[in-house]
Design a protein around this ligand. Structure first.
Ligand code: PFF
Length: 445
């Protein structure tokens, strides 16, 4: 077997894992999901799901990945030979292709906005300028397909370059810069007149939204933002040398994720209310509100370009992790074939994503279970694929890995180890099953 590539440093791994986690999930999806599901209650359920269920399963993925030292399918086979657990890896392979197929559509929108920002065609005088702009972008078939294709191309290009060069370099300085940007934007948004309404929307609960559907969507959102459930973190952790402290990495990634999500909310909702937009605009929310906030800042047009560049990188550090799952399973450790696999699977994902790309224009009349193709792809993965994957990963960590080997792997106190094991053996699986069954029943029956 070829020698495995490893991350050059611990910080390289944490950044890559955080890079995979932080992306459109926190910045684009979280605000619009919160906006259409009652704000604060969704936020609360999202935080609880992240800390009580997502974080322990993220740690489980780290442990399994580092122990398996291989792609997700081979890793499970190494750890539990002759048993069907490796199917978790295949489920990750399948669902990450679907996620990337619609994720790249949004990546394409970012590229469209970036081009418009660079050519300074991003400000207009009419009141509905930003809504119209978004609708024009998403309904133009050529623009969305070319954007989506270009985004996938960038993803393939980075992944085909190998793990160290590609991934570590990209995440090292982009993320802190993005964080600073969000801080500045939040301050601007919060000082707009009428901003407090937005803060209330985010933090003062309207309990009428406290339902199983919201719980399922929040749970799916927690998994989505943590990249948990499709073996993404198993794949990244398989490139880890033995000595990294996994617990700390899982904690940092989870808190960073919650932090960025809330920060995105604090940029978007105060502005939504202060500038007279509606919080339930759906997938367009961030694309409509962010440029409007930049308009309120000096040199806003210039900073908007920078911001979209950073957003593009945050999105790419997530998309490369999805393609990495697929490619690592597809190639089975022969370095030479990585390039070819990245191209072949990348192209396939591009084709799968075309109906999602067109679902705001040409295919807007086509619905699956009452949802547009794009929304269905998102729902099918976030509310079905990820919880299912997370459930089995949790069970694997809880019942197949023995306590003594975990003790060795984790090097934490007995109390912490027992608490974590209780969660992955009982609490998380039961919570996932109940929320899943109740949520699905309420949504469809
Ligand atoms: N966590 C990414 C985000 O929030 O944008 C999305 C994602 C990446 C999901 C990688 C799943 C995955 F394996």
């Amino acid at each position: 077997m070829a020698k495995r590539d490893h991350f050059g440093s611990k910080i390289g791994f944490v950044l890559a894992a955080a890079g995979s986690a932080i992306g459109l999930g926190a910045i684009w999806k979280f605000p619009y999901m919160a906006g259409t599901n009652g704000g604060s209650v969704f936020v609360l359920l999202f935080i609880l799901s992240t800390l009580l269920i997502g974080l322990p399963i993220l740690l489980a993925e780290f442990i399994i990945g580092r122990k398996g030292q291989a792609d997700a399918v081979t890793g499970f086979k190494n750890l539990s030979p002759g048993k069907p657990w490796f199917l978790i890896g295949w489920s990750g392979f399948f669902f990450s292709m679907i996620i990337l197929s619609f994720y790249s559509v949004v990546g394409g929108w970012i590229l469209s906005y970036l081009v418009r920002a660079i050519t300074f065609s991003m400000n207009g005088t009419s009141e509905t300028f930003y809504e119209d702009l978004f609708n024009n972008v998403i309904s133009n078939p050529w623009e969305v397909i070319i954007g989506q294709g270009a985004f996938i191309f960038l993803t393939i290009w980075i992944v085909s370059g190998g793990i160290k060069g590609g991934i570590e370099k990209a995440s090292k300085w982009m993320m802190p810069l993005l964080l600073i940007f969000f801080l500045v934007l939040a301050v601007r948004s919060l000082t707009l007149e009428g901003a407090m309404e937005g803060v209330k929307f985010l933090f003062v609960p309207d309990w009428s939204y406290f339902t199983w559907e919201t719980a399922l969507l929040a749970l799916g959102q927690a998994f989505f933002t943590l990249s948990v459930g499709v073996s993404g973190m198993i794949t990244y952790a398989s490139y880890l040398p033995k000595e990294t402290r996994l617990g700390n990495s899982a904690l940092s990634v989870s808190f960073l994720n919650i932090g960025i999500s809330i920060m995105a909310g604090l940029v978007i909702f105060p502005a939504v209310f202060a500038l007279g937009f509606s919080p339930d605009a759906g997938p367009g929310l961030a694309f409509i509100i962010l440029p409007a906030v930049f308009e309120q800042i000096i040199f806003g047009q210039f900073f908007l370009i920078l911001f979209f560049v950073l957003l593009l990188f945050a999105t790419l550090t997530s998309s490369i992790s999805m393609l990495e799952i697929v490619v690592s399973i597809g190639i089975k450790s022969k370095y030479e074939r990585r390039k070819k696999a990245a191209w072949v699977y990348g192209f396939l994902i591009f084709l799968i994503g075309i109906p999602s790309a067109l679902s705001f224009g040409m295919l807007s009349e086509t619905h699956i279970l009452g949802m547009s193709i794009f929304d269905f792809a998102d729902f099918f993965t976030s509310s079905f694929g990820l919880p299912l994957g997370a459930l089995f990963i949790s069970l694997f960590a809880g019942y197949v890995l023995t306590k003594s080997e975990l003790q060795n792997d984790l090097k934490v106190s007995q109390f912490l180890l027992n608490t974590w094991r209780f969660i992955v053996r009982f609490a998380a699986p039961i919570a996932i099953i109940i929320v899943f069954i109740q949520g699905v029943m309420k949504l469809f029956i």
